[in-house]
Structure formats: structure tokens, C-alpha cells
Design a protein around this ligand. Structure first.
Ligand code: PMP
Length: 450
């Protein structure tokens, strides 16, 4: 790659001043410096174009370059740039109403800035809720290994990936983990349905073994995304819902990636026909244009906070959570999703992607292909019999070759636990048919040479 002088200068300054997220320092590989985006495509500082099949970090759902989103934020910024949500403002009221409509339930919305904060908010609400119901010992949370729920000390404690926690522990106290319903790696001789039921029952066993009266909530994504796109069977989600109800445990569904259209339904959990008690969301809520997240809480849980006793209200605040411009932009983002029928489009694009990728199952390195709406995980292995994960350098080579050909894809897993072998795709929901052709064609072509 030949770099011009401006690029060389910027990269030197990047090296000097910027600390990159989740990226091992590598003198040889300069960071990609993006300058603009339109639709599913971004352009870097050297004018090279890439189809961003990861929508940034699974977030740019309506695609890049939407002027009406910038305008919605601008108009709000010049009208009222800031007001705290200890009181109220119009965009927050309208957005909370809209989210309630999208959630098809009776929820009250608390706004924050990030997915991590949305989950932290949920944890605090849950603990206080049980306290106020007189159930003082219910403080523990159950989540799954391989899940990701955020970077803060509570959300990271809920996370089930060793690589994310390594060297940062001890984290928040009271977080337990159970087996994810990874059907590809189920025990031999067991059907997918049996295995999924067993995984769900492991949650109930954990509740019983820990003492039912100590468990506050279960938190899970509808589909584990960042941990390798692990799609549960219908029976798993139904059973988890029943267990939580039976054991008086709150079910928090983390929709930070799956929510707001990505799954081909408004929210991921709707694909399973279950009703969560709390829903957290971020990313696609603003398509990543501005930071905003939400914790949607079932109305009757909220009612418990109306108690008149001292310290009964939620004593939790984010200075920037739900600022007017972020809420105005989110409303416009949802308007675009509705107007352009992008939720339905996610379903259609996802179906086509899954169909066209199906033939890759014959590829010697492809162990499994899993999809949910318009997101996909392709698990690559070096041996299809043993399912031994493809080593990281070989996985990295596939990603680098896609990038050299103008296609950005992702990778997920857990390096500390010995696998990092699920290639991921999560393109903008606004992708055109030609964009999808490009993704499929480029990826298949790259795989031919592996
Ligand atoms: N939950 C899930 C499922 C996520 O994928 C993420 C981020 N990738 C988070 C929570 C945390 O979100 P944030 O990075 O906005 O804090």
C-alpha cells in the first residue's frame, strides 16, 4: 500500500495521541482512517472504498450519510441543546412513547449513553426492585458464557468471555454464568431441541443450587452476537421465560445489537414470541450517529419505585443520558426505518444472504453458518470432524483478504478460551441488492483461495 504525505503524517499523529479500542499495538499495520460514508460504503483517507458489512460496530442500521439525521440533531441543538432528565424535554417524551409502541408492551424508558450503561441501569433497577419488595437477598445475576454485555465493572462481570475480563478482575460481585445453547458444539447423539432444553434447565438448576431467594435476574441477548452468533432454538427462549416467571426472577433481554430492526423484527425477542421484563438497547437506536441507549422496564416493576418510603425512587443519573439532540435523532432514525420498511428489508436481505451462503457449508474450513435477521456468523474450523477452531492467523488472513478487496467483515470469539473463529456479517439494513451481491461474491471468492 502506498501512502501519501498527509496520510503518513496523520498515522504518525495517531500513533502518538490515540489509544485504540480492542486492538493489539502493531507497528506494521497502520489503522484505517475513514473520512466519509454513504449508504453501506465508507471511504478512507486514500480514497479507497469499502463496503462496511459490520455497520461499524453492528450499529449503522440505516446506513451512512443520512442528512436528515444530521438535520434532526442540528435543529434540536439550536432549539434546546441540553436539559437533564431529572426533569423532561419533548424529544425524550416522544421517543419514550415511540419505543413503547415498538416494544408492543407497557414499558417505562430510562435513557443512557451506551449499551453498557443501559445494562448497568437494568442491574440497579432490578436490585432495588427486589429490595423494595422485601426480597433482600435477591442480588445475583445469571448470564451465559460467551455473552458480551459491556465494558463497565457490572456489565463486564455479566459478560461471559474470559478475554474481555483477563487482567481487569475483580469485577462487580454476584454474577454467575451458565452454558450457552451452542448447538453446533452439542454432545453427540443429542438433538438440537434436547440440547437447548438442557441448556435452559441448567439455568433453573443454577437458580435452585444458588438458592432461589438469592437470584435477582437473568440477562441474555436473544442471540449471542459478539460471542460468535449463537442462535438458540425456539424451545430455549420459551423455557427460559417460563423458568424466570416460575422462580420470580426478572428476565432482562439485551437488545443492544439485535434490537431496532436488525433481527428482521422490531426487537430480537419478538422472533421467539416471548415478553421480557426489561429490554436494553443502544447501537441501532441512533444507527450509531450519536450516543444513546435505553432501558425499557415493565410498568409494574416501575410502579414499585413509587413507594413513599425514603430512598424508594431510583437514585441513578447520567449527565448525558437522553440529551435532546440524541433523542430527536433517534426519532428520525425510527421514522426512516418505518418509512423505508427497513425492518422488513432486514428479514428479506437476511433470508437471501443465508440462502446464498448455504453452499459454503461444503467448504473444508466452514464448520457452521448461523444467521438471525440480517446478521450472520460463519464458524471456521481447521478440522470439520473435531471442530478444532481455525487458528487466529488463518482467520485473520480471510478478514485481511476481504478488506484488500473492499469488504469489511468482523470476527468474534474468545482468544483466552482458545477460539476466535466466527466470522461475522452485520451490514446496514438499507443495503441495496447490489451491495448484497458484492458481499456474497467477494466473500465466496476469498474463501475459494483458503
Ligand atoms: N450488549 C451487547 C449485546 C453488545 O454487543 C454491546 C456492545 N458491543 C454492549 C452491550 C455494550 O455496548 P456499548 O459498547 O455501547 O457500551
Amino acid at each position: 500500500m502506498s501512502l501519501n504525505n498527509e496520510t503518513i503524517d496523520l498515522i504518525a499523529k495517531d500513533r502518538q495521541y490515540l489509544w485504540h479500542a480492542m486492538t493489539p499495538y502493531n507497528e506494521q499495520v497502520p489503522p484505517m482512517v475513514a473520512v466519509s460514508g454513504k449508504g453501506s460504503w465508507i471511504t478512507d483517507i486514500d480514497g479507497k472504498r469499502y463496503l462496511d458489512a459490520m455497520s461499524g460496530l453492528w450499529c449503522v442500521n440505516v446506513g451512512y450519510g443520512r442528512e436528515e439525521l444530521a438535520k434532526a440533531a442540528y435543529d434540536q441543538l439550536v432549539t434546546l441543546p441540553y436539559f437533564p432528565l431529572s426533569q423532561s424535554h419533548i424529544p425524550a417524551i416522544r421517543l419514550a412513547e415511540k419505543l413503547n409502541e415498538w416494544l408492543e408492551g407497557d414499558y417505562v424508558i430510562f435513557f443512557s449513553n451506551s449499551g453498557s450503561e443501559a445494562n448497568e441501569t437494568a442491574f440497579k433497577i432490578v436490585r432495588q426492585y427486589h429490595q423494595q419488595n422485601g426480597e433482600h437477598s435477591r442480588y445475583k445475576f445469571i448470564s451465559r458464557y460467551r455473552a458480551y454485555h459491556g465494558n463497565s465493572m457490572g456489565a463486564l462481570a455479566a459478560t461471559g468471555q474470559a478475554q474481555r475480563k483477563y487482567k481487569y478482575e475483580p469485577l462487580g460481585h454476584g454474577f454467575l454464568h451458565v452454558r450457552p445453547p451452542d448447538s453446533y458444539r452439542r454432545p453427540e447423539g443429542m438433538s438440537v431441541e434436547e440440547f437447548n432444553l438442557q441448556c435452559a434447565h441448567e439455568i433453573e438448576e443454577t437458580i435452585v443450587w444458588e438458592g432461589e431467594e438469592t437470584i435477582a435476574a437473568v440477562i441474555m441477548e436473544p442471540v449471542i452476537t459478539g460471542g460468535g452468533v449463537i442462535v438458540p432454538h425456539q424451545v430455549y427462549m420459551e423455557e427460559v421465560r417460563k423458568i424466570c416467571t416460575r422462580r420470580n426472577v426478572i428476565l432482562i433481554i439485551d437488545e443492544v445489537i439485535c434490537g431496532v430492526g436488525r433481527s428482521g423484527q422490531k426487537f430480537g425477542h419478538m422472533n421467539f414470541g416471548i415478553k421480557p421484563d426489561i429490554v436494553t438497547m443502544a447501537k441501532g437506536l441512533t444507527s450509531g450517529y450519536l450516543p444513546l441507549s435505553a432501558t425499557a422496564v415493565r410498568k409494574d416493576i416501575y410502579e414499585v419505585f413509587k413507594n413513599k418510603a425514603e430512598y424508594s425512587h431510583l437514585r441513578h443519573v447520567n449527565t448525558f443520558g437522553g440529551t435532546p439532540a440524541c433523542c430527536a435523532l433517534a426519532l428520525k432514525n425510527i421514522e426512516i426505518l418505518e418509512r423505508e420498511k427497513l425492518v422488513e428489508r432486514a428479514y428479506i436481505l437476511g433470508e437471501r444472504l443465508a440462502e446464498e451462503m448455504e453452499e459454503l457449508r461444503e467448504h473444508p474450513l466452514v464448520g457452521d453458518i448461523r444467521s438471525f435477521g440480517f446478521l450472520m456468523g460463519i464458524e471456521v474450523v481447521e478440522n470439520k470432524e473435531t471442530k478444532q477452531p481455525l487458528p487466529l492467523p488463518a482467520v485473520g488472513k480471510i478478514i485481511a483478504e476481504c478488506k484488500a478487496r473492499g469488504l469489511i467483515i468482523g470476527k468474534n470469539g474468545d482468544t483466552v478460551a482458545g477460539f476466535n473463529n466466527v466470522l461475522t456479517l452485520s451490514p446496514p439494513l438499507s443495503s441495496t441488492d447490489e451491495d448484497l451481491d458484492f458481499i456474497i461474491h467477494t466473500f465466496k471468492d476469498v474463501m475459494k483461495n483458503q
